[in-house]
Design a protein around this ligand. Sequence first.
Ligand code: SF4
Ligand code: SF4
Length: 172
Amino acid sequence: MPSGEKIKICQQCGTCTGSCPTSYLMDYGPREVIAAFRAGMIDKVVKSNTIWLCTSCYSCTVRCPANIKITDLMYELKRLAIKYDLLPKDSKNPAMTKYFIDNVSKYGRNHEVGLMAKFMLTKDWGMPFRFAGLGLKLFTAGRLPLAPKQIRGKEEIAKMSAYLDAQEAKAQ
Ligand code: SF4
Ligand code: SF4
C-alpha cells in the first residue's frame, strides 16, 4: 500500500478512534487496527467487523498527526479480506461492495434503487419491511430515482475499472 510503512510511526494517540463516527460499533477501533497490524495480527482485524463499518469519511486520515492514510488502509484490508475469503461469519457487506462497484463501473455513479434491489433479492429479503417507511419518504422527496442517472465519460470509468481488474489478475 502506498505510504503503508508510515504505520511504524503511529504514536497510538487515539485521535483516529476519537474522530471515527462508527468506532463505537467496531470490534477494534482504527488505533487498535494499527497496533494489531504492527503486531502481525492482521487476521484478527480482517475477520472482525471493523473494516466493514468504515464509512470512508476520512476524519481519521485528515486528523492523524503522523499523516497515516488510515482510510486507505481500511480499503486495503477490505481487498485482502475479499481476496482471501477472510470474512466475518454471515457477512453481507462484500456483496454490497460488489454491487456498488458494478453500478459505478456501469453508470459512472451509484444507483441506490438498483443496488438495494439486488442486495435484497440475494441477501436480505426482510429489508423492504424494515426500511419501507424510510424508502417511501426518500422516494417521495425525489431522493430515490427509479432509473439510474449516468455521468458523462462513463466509458472512461469502465475502462479504468477494466484496467484495474486486469492489474489485479496479473498480480495474482
Ligand atoms: S491518529 Fe494516527 S498516530 Fe494517532 S493513533 Fe491514529 S494512526 Fe496512530
Ligand atoms: S474513514 Fe473509516 S475508520 Fe476513518 S474515521 Fe471514517 S469511518 Fe472511521
